[in-house]
Ligand binder design. Structure first.
Ligand code: SF4
Ligand code: SF4
Length: 584
């Protein structure tokens, strides 16, 4: 305990709050008149009627009372009058953590209905940063932040894996169009466009990289991708850590400047766009010497300038559009995606409410990395599920990778039977290329038919339903599957059967996945077998990634999709399975 019987952490939180206050923050902290107009705007409230702890004004008051007690004269002199209250113990910090990380996605929907201009999300983010600075945060936030600090991107994608994926996508495009001149240039100097992406594209959705490359190529763009500093996402926006935010943004800016790029194009990602284009220059104290643009605007420009031609009759399935909170509410990017949709689809249906009033996908604010709040998140998604269902569309389009994951979870949980895609996929599919035959984007997964013929795959997981689920997918695609339900059995079967690949759960009773991984990597006869980790506990992945000699060749978070599983395993087989070397 420090002074006033206050824990060291509580002391630091209070002290650092003073350093974070600025005019905008104080206006929001002091301005609330408790009218309650914000309450019904929050998706958590709609899903939990009668529970006041989800109300934006209640959640804001948990931070406000500390501000009032220490930084507002009314709270110091008349604490009972303005309900100011200090914070003393680590337990109170844990309670605050549950509110600011677990009951708010920082979506800012409540702020648009506040007559006093209170922007709760702004100081909720500040409070997250204060707790992070004393080590109080959900495990997933710690893991992802560490990856972004150490490896340079928030999914722990190694440089070699990233470059292998670009090569692979280049080969796919060259063979699709039988044209070796199609390139994904890396580190080309003085280009008009430097293209930055979300690491999720490398890990789970490389077709978005190929689709963007196809568009750049047929637009005749002078473009490149950086070999490093290519991650335009920024976990600092979610964790509230301005230092991480600044370091990540500077990595991207400095690499683009070093390449002499004239424009940094940011692929479809709401928080990446907001962090890179709007917040990053301030966090990183960096005077950006080039233009920055969302790829949505780039694609629209290419069509308007006649650099690419599109045929909307190639996308006839009914689609709706989900506005990412960061793109729409925070950055005003909501007309351009609609203009683009009207150009590349025949049946676009609005979702209501939309644009700045749209509801969060419920995976915003880093919620997808906080597995302890998954049930709460999915419950709060009822309004989103209703919105989606009412459109009658079969596909939901969104310009945000975080929303792709959030919506996929919502669609699965509420059994909506919809697909999620991005504008880049639709534009790519609608491209008109003279005398070339295009493979429609929806058909790409179908190359997975008998994808794994002749491959022996060991599936190790202690959940029998899950083993059955992925075994069925792999067997449908031609693989011979061996099943193990605990770590000991997995190791025995690996020795006996020498499979071509192992999918390995981390958390299993008895011998854990980490021990199995370790034993396999120590065994001369087994160590070259590629391993794809599949886990529902992202916080455990550091145990594998911190392995001294080797990294797994693939990594998938549960819940998984059929397409995600196939793409990941295909990638492992296609790019080879040498041990990865950690790149710092
Ligand atoms: S920012 Fe969004 S999630 Fe947070 S309280 Fe406001 S409406 Fe609810
Ligand atoms: S609408 Fe604004 S003033 Fe009213 S309770 Fe909510 S934050 Fe406070």
């Amino acid at each position: 305990m420090g002074t006033n019987n206050r824990s060291y952490k509580a002391e630091k939180v209070i002290e650092r709050m003073g350093e974070k206050l600025n005019r905008q923050m104080v206006t929001s902290l002091a301005g609330c008149v408790h009218c309650g107009m914000c309450i019904e705007t929050c998706h958590y409230v709609l899903a939990n009627p009668g529970d006041p702890t989800y109300a934006p004004v209640y959640k804001a008051d948990q931070i406000r009372k500390i501000f009032k007690r220490h930084y507002d004269w009314t709270g110091r002199v008349f604490p009972w009058w303005v309900k100011s209250k200090s914070i003393h113990t680590d337990e109170e910090l844990e309670e605050l953590k549950d509110t600011i990380f677990g009951k708010c996605t920082n979506c800012r929907r409540c702020s648009i209905n506040c007559p006093m201009g209170v922007d709760y999300a702004t100081f909720n983010r500040m409070a997250r940063g204060l707790l992070v600075s004393v080590g109080v945060m959900p495990e997933g936030v710690a893991v992802v932040s560490k990856d972004q600090w150490e490896i340079g991107n928030q999914m722990g994608v190694l440089k070699e894996e990233y470059l292998d994926t670009l090569d692979w996508m280049q080969e796919e495009l060259q063979s699709e169009f039988e044209d070796p001149s199609i390139k994904i240039p890396v580190d080309k100097q003085n280009c008009d466009v430097v293209y930055s992406i979300n690491p999720r594209e490398v890990k789970y959705d490389p077709r978005t990289i190929a689709d963007a490359a196809k568009i750049f190529h047929f637009a005749g763009e002078n473009w490149t991708m950086p070999s490093e500093g290519w991650d335009m996402t920024n976990f600092g926006l979610f964790s509230g850590d301005d230092e991480l935010g600044g370091a990540v943004a500077r990595r991207l800016y400095e690499k683009t400047a070093e390449l002499g790029g004239k424009k940094l194009v940011i692929s479809e990602c709401g928080h990446g766009y907001r962090s890179t284009r709007c917040e990053g220059p301030n966090w990183g104290a960096y005077d950006v010497p080039f233009e920055m643009e969302s790829s949505v605007i780039t694609m629209l420009r290419y069509i308007k300038e006649g650099r690419i031609k599109v045929d909307k009759s190639k996308n006839t399935t009914p689609v709706t559009f989900h506005d990412s909170c960061n793109n729409a509410r925070s950055c005003g990017l909501f007309e351009e995606p609609r203009e683009l949709l009207e150009l590349v689809c025949t049946d676009f249906r609005e979702m209501y409410p939309n644009r700045a009033e749209n509801y969060c996908c419920t995976g915003g604010g880093g919620a997808m990395s906080m597995s302890e709040y998954t049930n709460r998140r999915l419950k709060s998604a009822k309004i989103k599920a209703d919105q989606l269902k009412e459109t009658g569309a079969s596909i939901v389009v969104t310009s945000c990778h975080n929303c792709v994951d959030g919506l996929t979870d919502v669609i699965r949980h509420y059994k909506l039977g919809m697909q999620v895609t991005q504008l880049v996929n639709l534009v790519s599919n609608a491209l008109v290329i003279e005398e070339k035959v295009l493979v429609p984007v929806e058909e790409i997964p179908e190359v997975a038919e008998l994808e794994f013929t002749g491959r022996k795959i060991l599936v190790a997981d202690d959940e029998p339903d899950f083993v059955t689920f992925i075994s069925a997918i792999l067997e449908d695609n031609g693989a011979e599957v061996i099943k193990a339900y605990d770590g000991k059995q997995a190791l025995e079967l690996a020795r006996l059967e020498k499979p071509d690949l192992i999918t390995l759960d981390i958390s299993m009773p008895g011998k854990s996945g980490v021990e199995v991984f370790d034993d396999i990597k120590k065994d001369k006869e087994l160590r070259s077998i590629p391993i794809c980790i599949i886990t529902g506990k992202p916080e455990l992945r550091k145990l594998i990634y911190e392995h001294p000699d080797s990294h797994p060749q693939g990594y998938i978070d549960k819940p998984i999709t059929e397409e995600g599983l196939i793409l990941n395993l295909r990638k492992i087989f296609e790019v080879g399975h040498h041990d990865k070397v950690k790149v710092n």
